[in-house]
Design a binder for this molecule. Structure first.
Ligand SMILES: [Zn+2]
Length: 67
């Protein structure tokens, strides 16, 4: 599940919340003032995607000496 940054519209504090995809923003409660006025900030979710990994295991560069 992704972690999103939220900003409370009531007290202005920012916090991050682990939310599922079915969770509505209006259900996110601010940990500081307990108001449900949180607004999701448009930052990327903190899921690290390592796009530049090593070459695929089954590339054309087959190892030699394999009888
Ligand atoms: Zn708040």
């Amino acid at each position: 599940m992704p972690v999103y940054d939220y900003k409370c519209e009531s007290c202005g504090n920012q916090f991050d919340e682990l939310v599922s995809y079915s969770t509505d923003d209006s259900e996110i409660k601010c940990p500081y003032c307990n108001e449900k006025k949180s607004k999701r900030l448009l930052s990327a979710p903190s899921i690290s995607t390592n796009g530049h990994s090593a070459a695929p295991a089954n590339s054309c560069g087959a190892p030699s000496g394999f009888s």
